[in-house]
Every structure is written in structure tokens, then in C-alpha cells.
Design a protein around this ligand. Structure first.
Ligand code: ADP
Ligand code: MG
Length: 414
């Protein structure tokens, strides 16, 4: 479980509209721990009392790694080095600080080689710690400012709710005015490429992630499929091997690269919450849960929402989409909202013929005037990327910059 930010008035005050920053300490001695609590009362401190035996602690809840990890090197430099290396490999965006009383150069060099960006001597000195935090924070802020993409992840309440239809068509519409990328993360036989009219591909999403460490703009351009709408697509593997997994580090690195190159990154993962979607939660600016008005799908929506609440994914990042909406549905939307205890963010009309036509022809924006479905999706795309959305985003970002106080240095969130 992640530390709770919810009832922390100081975090709320400092970070209103911004993502709170988090610090994890590993095997940190008591005195240093006390000092941290004293100096950073509003920080999200989580303590891991000893060196973890394996890497399972790296499954930070919802895939959101902490901003800073303080690793004590005094209880076993070799173990501490291994932990730092593991964190660095898996979460290259986490700043690692070594904390130690040992001033031998070889230990300091070893810590730096393990991925530590700072080496803090005991007893901790307040100003040195804050300066180190500010340095790490400004690196995060730079990353954020240069990489302004929004990641939109669509999660089906169950298979067949319309995730791929919506993700592909919305993606094509967004691509009309924004640099947009669609990643089909089904481990096998996803439909996104097919729905956009591509029969074959050079590279699938899992190959892309395997090569994340050498990924750059030019290589990416040669690997993606270019849809006529302007949408760039990397489809799923086209075989039956459904046991594929992408390591957390590869996912993080892939997002790091994509966020620099695109305005919107749309993810089409397998339906429901599973190990694939769990790793995406922390990377997603918005989670769209796509459902239909059926009992089993709605039950799943409730369970997904419950899980997201447990993972402390902020409410404003979660949006429920009711697809195949009919005015005279046996389950009216008012009842759906009662069952899922949340407002439906958007309804998408039930237009089977139009939906199938977009798939079989790969058509999208050409169809706008004739199709209720496409008009609806165009309205949604405008809401996400149109002039009003852009003005709101710009003013929120300006506000966030103004609000950044001493602990606001960690930069804005989704
Ligand atoms: N708004 C809609 N109205 C009618 N049919 C739809 C709509 N959205 C999707 N469909 C149809 O539902 C089926 C499943 O859609 P798909 O996008 O493949 O779902 P998923 O990716 O969630 O499994 C397809 O036949 C598609 O044409
Ligand atoms: Mg699908």
C-alpha cells in the first residue's frame, strides 16, 4: 500500500492540482528517520525498516515509484548497493540518495555506480538534504516540462465493451490536431492495428518495450505504423503467446521516450484489472473505464473502482464511459450511477453499423457528418484537445508554477 496523502493538509495545500511527491526510506537508522519527519512533515514518507530480501518491494503500488529513495549504507554496503542498483534499473526516474557515516571514497564511488545521485553523511544536515531534494525535484520538473504528453489508458470492464473501437477512433480524431500515438498492449492478438486497416506490422508493442533502452525518435519512426489520420500505432503481437510480460523498467522507459515525442499516448490494454493494467496505473494521466449497461460489466466496474481507490489513484484521473448507450436501456444510467457510486463521465451511442463500418473500412474522420458515433467521439476529442481544453491546461500549469513553494519543487502531476 502506498502512503496515504489524503488526510495530509500540508500536502494538499502545497500540491493542490499537483501530484504530491513521495519519499521511501530503506533500512534508515532511527535518528535519521526522526530528522526526516521533523524536517519534512508534509512529505509522503514510507519506511522500509530493513533491506528487502528480493525485488518484490519494487512493485510500488499502482506502478507509481517514489520520487526519492533514501538507502542507508551503514547496515551492509553490499546489500545497499544491490538495492540501489535494482531501484535504479526498474525506476530510472526515482532519485536515490545514499545515507552513510562511511566517508571512504571507494564506498562513495560504489554508491554512485549503483545509481545513487546523492551521498549524504550522517548525522543528516537539514540544508544538505533539502538541497539534494531540490536538485532531484528540478530534474523531475524538467522531465515533466519537456515531456508534456498525456497518457490515456482505456480499461474495458470486460472484453467486448468497445475499448478498441473507442481508442482507435478517438486516437485518429486527436491525431488531426495533436501528435498522437496508440499502443496496443494485448500480449497477443490485439485488434487495434486491424481496426485501423493494417494487415501487418514491422514491430509489435512488446518488441518496442524490449528495445526501450535504445529507443529514440528516428528508430521509433521506422517502427510505428502511420495511419492516414496522422495517428502512429504500434499493434500487439500477432500470435497466440499470451504469456508475454513487459518488465516494469521497460514500460517506464517506453513512456519516458514516448512522452517527449507525442501530445497524447493512448493505451489499449487487455480488459479488466490484471498484471498488465496494474503496471500502467501509475503512468496514466487518465484512466477511462469503458463499460456497457450489462450486469456483469457493471459489477466489474465497481470492482475496478474499488481497486483503484485502494491503490489511491486520485478520483479526478478516473472516468467511467458508458458505451453502446441507449436512451431506453433496461438499466437506466441513473441506476448505473447508483450502482457504481460515481457519475458517468460520457456516454457513447449504440451504433453497431457505424461501429462496424469504422472497423471494416478503417474510416474515421471522413464519416463525421453521417455518423452519430463519430460525431460523439469528435465532441470527446475536442473536449480533450480542443482550444478550451488547451486553455484550461495552460492556466492550470501557470497556477501550479505560481503555487510551487519550498516543497512544490517536484513539479506538476497529470
Ligand atoms: N458504440 C458502439 N455501438 C455499437 N457497437 C459498438 C460500439 N462500440 C463498439 N461496438 C462493437 O462492439 C464490438 C466489440 O468492440 P471492441 O472495440 O472490439 O471491444 P473491446 O476492445 O473492448 O473488446 C465490435 O463489434 C464493435 O463494432
Ligand atoms: Mg479490444
Amino acid at each position: 500500500m502506498p502512503p496515504s496523502y489524503r488526510n495530509d493538509p500540508v500536502q494538499t495545500e502545497i500540491h493542490s492540482g499537483m501530484q504530491p511527491f513521495s519519499i521511501v526510506t530503506i533500512a534508515l537508522d532511527r535518528d535519521s528517520g526522526k530528522l526526516l519527519k521533523l524536517w519534512l512533515p508534509s512529505s509522503l514518507l514510507r519506511e522500509i525498516p530493513d533491506y528487502p530480501g528480493d525485488g518484490s518491494f519494487l512493485d510500488w503500488s499502482g506502478g507509481s515509484a517514489p520520487d526519492v529513495c533514501l538507502v542507508d549504507f551503514d547496515k551492509g554496503a553490499a546489500k545497499a548497493f544491490n538495492i540501489a542498483e535494482l531501484i535504479h534499473q526498474d525506476n530510472p526516474n526515482t532519485a536515490i540518495f545514499a545515507v552513510s557515516s562511511d566517508d571512504r571514497p571507494e564506498v562513495i564511488i560504489q554508491a554512485m555506480r549503483g545509481g545513487c545521485s546523492e551521498y549524504l553523511f550522517k548525522p543528516l544536515v537539514r540544508d544538505q538534504l533539502l538541497e539534494a531534494l531540490i536538485r532531484a525535484g528540478s530534474r523531475r520538473r524538467e522531465r515533466k516540462e519537456r515531456a508534456s504528453a498525456q497518457v490515456l489508458t482505456f480499461i474495458g470492464a470486460k472484453g467486448g465493451c468497445g475499448v478498441t473501437t473507442i481508442a482507435t477512433q478517438l486516437g485518429a480524431l486527436l491525431a488531426g490536431s495533436k501528435r498522437t500515438f496508440l499502443l496496443d498492449l494485448h500480449p497477443s492478438l490485439g485488434d487495434a492495428g486491424l481496426y485501423l486497416g493494417f494487415a501487418s506490422n514491422q514491430c509489435h508493442s512488446y518488441e518496442l518495450m524490449q528495445n526501450a533502452d535504445r529507443l529514440e525518435a528516428e528508430l521509433l519512426q521506422s517502427l510505428v505504423l502511420h495511419h492516414y489520420s496522422g495517428l502512429d500505432v504500434v499493434p500487439s503481437p500477432n500470435d497466440f503467446d499470451s504469456a508475454r510480460h513487459a518488465p516494469t523498467s521497460a514500460i517506464t522507459q517506453t513512456f519516458n521516450v514516448l512522452r517527449f515525442l507525442y501530445d497524447f499516448i493512448i493505451i489499449d490494454p487487455p480488459a479488466g484489472l490484471n498484471e498488465h493494467t496494474a503496471k500502467l496505473l501509475g503512468h496514466s494521466d487518465y484512466l477511462y473505464i469503458v463499460t456497457v449497461a450489462e450486469v456483469s460489466a457493471l459489477r466489474n466496474v465497481s470492482q475496478i473502482l474499488e481497486h483503484l481507490a485502494q491503490e489511491e489513484i486520485p478520483d479526478e484521473r478516473i472516468r467511467v464511459i458508458l458505451n453502446r448507450f441507449e436512451k431506453r436501456s433496461p438499466i437506466p444510467d441513473s441506476q448505473i450511477e447508483k450502482v457504481i457510486r460515481r457519475k458517468i463521465f460520457r456516454t457513447v451511442p449504440n451504433q453497431y453499423e457505424q461501429a462496424v463500418r469504422t472497423i471494416t473500412t478503417g474510416e474515421s474522420k471522413d464519416d463525421l457528418s453521417r455518423s452519430d458515433l463519430m460525431r460523439n467521439l469528435k465532441g470527446w476529442a475536442d473536449l480533450i484537445a480542443g482550444p478550451t481544453a488547451q486553455a484550461i491546461a495552460a492556466s492550470a500549469s501557470a497556477n501550479n508554477k505560481k503555487k510551487s513553494g519550498i516543497l512544490g519543487f517536484f513539479g506538476g502531476g497529470a
